[in-house]
Each structure stands twice: as structure tokens, then as C-alpha cells.
Design a protein around this ligand. Structure first.
Ligand SMILES: Nc1ncnc2c1ncn2[C@@H]1O[C@H](COP(=O)(O)OP(=O)(O)OP(=O)(O)O)[C@@H](O)[C@H]1O
Ligand SMILES: [Mg+2]
Length: 281
């Protein structure tokens, strides 16, 4: 199971020993979250949460609106710092990095947000070139070629001179993904990539996620509300509920799970127990 049990850490010294195995990169688990606790004022969002993210796979996080999914994944790259707990990426204790090391570390990640978050005043090409201009000293020609390659892989070659406003929602999401891929991330994170898309565009985004994982051999973390989509793409599913991971496992394990909240969540989506992943609405 991905929510591995953690030896009870008594004294501080014992806690350090219990973490020893986390300091070594694990061939299977790319990101390991231990005891993550985060509160905003009186609002307890995450409470001693444990989670393991599998390398090279599509790891989906589900849960009700406001459960803390976005807050959780922001900790993976230290966009938020916890009150307690740790995140380990390939044996690196993320919250122990100094600002210089952190800037370098964050380049492991590509982020794709719900609304693509493109700069409207820049063309597709300029949007995709932006991270390369910021973080590398590649020449204009090299940058143009990398951008062309990523756009072509997503069926977008030829859109370089267009502005985001001239594209459909699904195309904008693909441009957002192309931009996330230019720095060759090891880990791609998608926060609700299909929200607001029609069923056909949703399927396109699902296929894009699957083919990207294959082509670039990345680990992906996807937050999604759309259970039909979840069952199409997931290698692993983790449910966030009441500040913790309620359960995690393969899609079959999740479908067969007896927990009433989880099975209610899956049923409410209209996805049948046999996994007939027809559109839920
Ligand atoms: N920067 C912040 N400051 C204060 N509270 C925050 C902050 N970010 C998130 N929260 C609170 O944390 C809780 C979890 O928010 P989060 O955005 O992680 O939910 P979510 O599971 O991603 O929901 P949704 O599915 O609607 O996106 C919410 O109560 C939210 O108001
Ligand atoms: Mg969210």
C-alpha cells in the first residue's frame, strides 16, 4: 500500500532514525510524504498525512472540494511549508533545502494548472519559451526547436504565433502542458486538468497525459474530480478525506473498497463497479 505505516517516532532521535530509509532514493516511490500537517489559522487542512507517489506512473488524488488536494501537492515542491512533517523526493528532504538548492530542485517539476495560466499577451511560442529563457542560457534557435518539438508532440505545431485567446480551452491546456515539458521535468503535476472541458476534450486531455507519461517517462500527479477520467488514466488512486489519505491503491482496489465514503464518492460519479468508464454526467 502507498500509505505505508510509519514507525511511531517517540523522542526526536528516534524520529530521525525512523526517517533513515527515506534519505535513500527508492526505485519505486518517487515522492514520499510523512506526517504532513498544515493548518491555516483555525482551519486544519492536513493532519499527519502519509502518501507515496509511484515513479513513472499516473498517481491520481481525489477528494471533495476543499479537502486539501491543492494544498497537499503544493508541499511537494515547497510552494507551501508544513507545520509538521516531511516530503522526500528521491531521498531529498524538501523542506531542508536552502533557497538556492530549492530553486534548482523545483526544476524537477512541471506544473499544469486548471486554467492553463498562460500569459494572454504572449504568443504560444513566447509562453512556451518563457521557462527556457528564465532558467537556461540556451540560444534563441535552440529554444525555438525545443518549443517546436513539444508543441508537435501535442499536436500543436503551427500554433506558435497565435495568442491564447485565439485557442480553445482544450488547446490552451495542451499549450500549458507543452510549456510544463520544455524543461524536461521528472515529475508533472496536473491540478484538475479537465475541469471545464466537455467530454471529448476531457478524453483528449486524458490521452495527452497518458502519452506524455509514456513518451517522457515522467511521474505524474493528477488531481481530478472526474471519476470516469480518473479510472481511464490512473495507475494509483489516493483519496484525501478528513485531513488524511483515507485509502490508496490501484483502480481495482479503489473500486472494490468497502469504505462507505469512498464507495459513495465513486458511485456518485456514475462510474459502474465493473469500471464501465462512461461519462459520469
Ligand atoms: N493560502 C491559503 N491560505 C489560507 N487558506 C488556504 C490557502 N490555501 C488553501 N486554503 C484552505 O485550505 C483548504 C483546502 O484547500 P484546497 O485548495 O487544497 O482544496 P482542494 O481539495 O484543492 O479543493 P478543490 O477541489 O475545490 O480545488 C480550504 O479550506 C482552503 O480555503
Ligand atoms: Mg484544488
Amino acid at each position: 500500500m502507498a500509505t505505508s505505516s510509519r514507525p511511531a517516532a517517540g523522542a526526536a532521535g528516534a524520529g530521525a532514525d525512523a526517517d533513515a530509509h527515506l534519505r535513500i532514493a527508492d526505485p519505486r516511490w518517487h515522492i514520499r510524504v510523512r506526517g504532513l500537517t498544515k493548518q491555516f489559522g483555525d482551519n486544519l487542512v492536513l493532519d499527519h498525512l502519509d502518501l507515496d507517489v509511484e515513479r513513472g506512473k499516473v498517481n491520481v488524488i481525489i477528494g471533495a472540494s476543499g479537502a486539501g488536494k491543492s494544498v497537499l501537492i503544493k508541499h511537494f515542491m515547497c510552494l507551501l511549508r508544513p507545520d509538521r512533517g516531511s516530503v522526500w523526493v528521491d531521498g531529498t528532504d524538501v523542506f531542508a533545502l536552502d533557497s538556492r538548492a530549492l530553486a534548482q530542485f523545483r526544476r524537477k517539476f512541471g506544473l499544469v494548472f486548471q486554467f492553463a495560466a498562460l500569459f494572454d499577451s504572449l504568443t504560444v511560442e513566447e509562453n512556451c519559451a518563457f521557462p527556457l529563457r528564465e532558467h537556461t542560457d540556451k540560444s534563441r534557435a535552440e529554444i525555438r526547436e525545443i518549443v517546436r518539438d513539444r508543441l508537435a508532440a501535442l499536436g500543436l505545431d503551427g500554433t506558435q504565433a497565435k495568442y491564447p485567446g485565439e485557442l480553445s480551452g482544450g488547446m490552451r491546456k495542451r499549450v500549458g502542458l507543452a510549456r510544463a515539458l520544455v524543461l524536461e521535468p521528472e515529475i508533472l503535476m496536473f491540478d484538475e486538468p479537465t475541469t471545464g472541458l466537455d467530454p471529448l476534450a476531457t478524453r483528449n486531455v486524458d490521452e495527452m497525459i497518458l502519452s506524455t507519461v509514456q513518451r517522457y517517462n515522467v511521474t505524474s500527479v493528477v488531481i481530478s474530480h472526474d471519476m470516469a477520467s480518473v479510472f481511464r488514466i490512473a495507475d494509483r488512486i489516493a483519496m484525501l478525506h478528513q485531513h488524511k489519505i483515507l485509502t490508496s491503491g490501484t483502480p481495482d482496489q479503489i473500486r472494490a473498497h468497502a469504505d462507505p465514503y469512498l464507495s459513495g464518492f465513486v458511485r456518485a460519479s456514475g462510474v459502474g463497479a465493473a469500471g464501465g468508464a462512461e461519462e459520469p454526467r
